[in-house]
Write a protein that binds this ligand. Structure first.
Ligand code: HEC
Length: 188
C-alpha cells in the first residue's frame, strides 16, 4: 500500500503549493505597499521643510516625522515599519537586526553588480512573521544631510554634530543605498 500514499503526497504537494505561493504573493504585495507608502510622504515633508527653513531647519523632519508617520502607518495597517541602515545616524533607532543586516549587505552587492537600487527588495516568512525590506536609494535632496562633507552646509553640520555625535550617515552619493524600509507582521 505504498504507492497510494506516495501518490497522495504528490497530489497534496501539487494541490497545496500553489495555494501557499498565492498566500506568499499576497503578503509580499501587502508588505510592498506598506513599505512604499512612507518614502514619498517623507520626501514631500523634507522638501517642504527645506523650502521653508533650509536644510538645517528640516532636520527635525527626518528625526521626528519619520517615526510619527511610521507609527500612523502601523496603526492603519497592522504592519510594524521602521528605517534601518548599515551606517546609522541614530543607532538607537536604526540598527538592523541579523535578518535586516544580511538583506542590506545583499542589496549593496546586487547594486554593485548593476541592479537598480530602487528595485531591490526582499520578502519572506521568518519564524512566525512575514518580513520585508526595500532599499532606500539616495536622491539629490538627501545629500544636504547625508552627502560628502563639501555638500553639507556649516549650519547642518553644527546641528548634526550636536545631536548625533556617533553619526555614520554622511559621505553618500546619489544612487547609493542609504538603508531600507523594514516592515513585519505576525502570522497567525
Ligand atoms: C534635513 C536633513 C536630512 C535630509 C534632507 C535627509 N535626511 Fe535622512 N536623516 C536625517 C536625520 C537627522 C536622521 C536621524 C533621524 C533619527 O534621529 O531617527 C536621518 C535618518 C535617516 C535614516 C534612518 C537611518 C539612520 O541612519 O538613522 C534613513 C534611512 C534616512 N535618513 C534616509 C534619507 C533619505 C533616503 C533621504 C533623501 C530622500 C534623507 N534621509 C534626507 C536628516 C536628513
Amino acid at each position: 500500500m505504498k504507492m497510494p500514499l506516495i501518490a497522495a503526497a504528490v497530489l497534496a504537494a501539487t494541490l497545496f503549493s500553489p495555494l501557499a505561493d498565492a498566500a506568499d504573493d499576497a503578503l509580499l504585495g501587502e508588505a510592498r505597499k506598506v513599505a512604499t507608502s512612507l518614502p514619498p510622504k517623507m520626501l514631500a515633508a523634507l522638501q517642504a521643510e527645506i523650502d521653508k527653513s533650509g536644510p538645517e531647519g528640516a532636520i527635525p523632519a527626518c528625526k521626528d516625522m519619520a517615526p510619527k508617520m511610521a507609527g500612523e502607518i502601523s496603526q492603519q495597517t497592522g504592519w510594524k515599519i521602521k528605517r534601518v541602515s548599515l551606517k546609522t545616524r541614530n543607532e538607537a533607532r536604526a540598527t538592523p537586526d541579523a535578518w535586516e543586516k544580511a538583506a542590506l549587505e545583499d542589496f549593496d552587492k546586487r547594486a554593485a553588480a548593476g541592479e537598480p537600487p530602487a528595485q531591490l527588495e526582499k520578502g519572506e516568512k521568518v519564524d512566525n512573521e512575514y518580513r520585508y525590506v526595500k532599499a532606500l536609494p539616495v536622491q539629490p535632496l538627501c545629500l544636504n544631510c547625508h552627502g560628502p562633507a563639501d555638500q553639507i552646509s556649516a549650519a547642518v553640520k553644527a546641528v548634526l554634530g550636536q545631536q548625533y555625535p556617533n553619526d555614520r550617515a554622511t559621505g553618500y552619493s546619489a544612487g547609493q543605498i542609504r538603508g531600507a524600509i523594514s516592515v513585519r507582521k505576525p502570522l497567525n
